[in-house]
Design a protein around this ligand. Structure first.
Ligand code: GUN
Length: 252
C-alpha cells in the first residue's frame, strides 16, 4: 500500500518512478547488486528500499549500500550524521513532514516543550534533532515510560506514534485529560490514530487528523527529498527550503 501511494505521488508530481518487486528469497548480495546498479545509473536520482526486509537480509548493510546522495529516505549513516549536525539535506520523511507543518504555523517554536511518544529510528530519533534545531525542549517517552500522562500534560507540542489501535472499538491512547490546553497535537499513528480526535480537537490549538495529516505530509517530503537529491546530483544548491503547500495537493 505504501509503495503504491509513493508511485502515485511520483506520477502526479511528474517524477518517473520504477519499482523492483524482488522475490522474498532474493539474497542480500543480489539486492545490494541491484542497488549498486541504481547508484551508478545517471538517470536515477533517488533510491529507497521499502522496509521491513526479510529476516535473512541485514537491513543495515542494505541501507549502507545506497549512495548517500540518492538516499531519499534519509536512512544512510552519512545523512543521519548530517542531521546530527543540523543539516537536513536528505532526512527521514515522516519527522520532516511534522516539522514542516510546525514551521508553517503562526507559532514561535523556540523554548516550547515537546513530548514525543516514540523512539524509532524512522520517527522519534530524527525528530529529536529536528526539534532541537528549532530550539524546542524535547522530551522523549516510550513503552517503558512511567506515568506518561504527567509528561504529556506538560507538552506544548505532543507528537504521538504508538499505533496500538486496530479497530474503532479499541480505546484511544491519548485522551483529552492527557493534553494541555492549546497544545499542538500531531498524531503519527496508522492506520488508526492514537488520539481521541473529536474530543481533543476542542482543547488543542492545532491537531492533525488520521488519515489525512502526517501521512500525506510524509509522501510530500519524500518527493521533496527526490528533488533535493536531483539538485544535489546536478550540483545545484539552495532548493532545500521549499513551501510544502506547493507540493501538488499532497498537503493540507
Ligand atoms: N517502512 C515503514 N516506513 C518506511 C519508510 O519511511 N521508508 C521505507 N523505505 N520503508 C518504510
Amino acid at each position: 500500500m505504501y509503495v503504491r501511494m509513493k508511485q502515485r505521488a511520483c506520477k502526479k508530481a511528474g517524477i518517473l518512478s520504477e519499482t523492483y518487486d524482488l522475490p522474498e528469497d532474493t539474497s542480500e548480495e543480489e539486492l545490494i547488486d541491484q542497488i549498486q546498479k541504481l547508484n551508478h545509473d545517471g538517470d536515477v536520482h533517488g533510491i529507497l528500499v521499502q522496509l521491513p526486509l526479510p529476516d535473512h537480509i541485514d537491513e543495515e548493510e542494505v541501507i549502507d549500500a545506497i549512495s548517500p546522495g540518492k538516499d531519499v529516505d534519509g536512512f544512510s549513516p552519512r545523512n543521519i550524521y548530517r542531521l546530527f549536525h543540523g543539516d537536513d539535506f536528505l532526512s527521514a520523511a515522516t519527522p520532516q513532514g511534522i516539522v514542516t507543518m510546525l514551521d508553517l504555523l503562526p507559532v514561535e517554536l523556540k523554548g516550547k516543550d515537546a513530548v514525543i511518544i516514540n523512539r524509532s529510528t524512522i520517527v522519534g530519533k530524527p525528530l529529536i534533532f529536528m526539534l532541537l534545531d528549532r530550539d524546542v525542549t524535547v522530551h522523549v517517552c516510550h513503552s517503558k515510560t512511567e506515568d506518561l500522562s504527567s509528561k504529556t500534560k506538560k507538552a506544548d507540542i505532543l507528537v504521538t506514534a504508538v499505533g496500538l489501535r486496530e479497530s474503532d472499538d479499541d480505546p484511544y491512547f491519548i485522551t483529552e485529560d492527557m493534553v494541555k490546553d492549546d497544545a499542538i497535537v500531531i498524531d503519527v499513528a496508522t492506520p488508526k490514530g492514537d488520539v481521541d480526535f473529536e474530543v481533543v480537537k476542542e482543547k488543542a490549538s492545532y491537531i492533525t487528523p488520521v488519515p489525512g495529516g502526517v501521512g500525506p505530509m510524509t509522501i510530500a517530503m519524500l518527493l521533496r527529498n527526490v528533488l533535493a537529491a536531483y539538485s544535489y546530483l546536478q550540483n545545484q544548491t539552495n532548493i532545500f527550503i521549499v513551501d510544502a503547500i506547493d507540493y501538488g495537493g499532497y498537503t493540507s
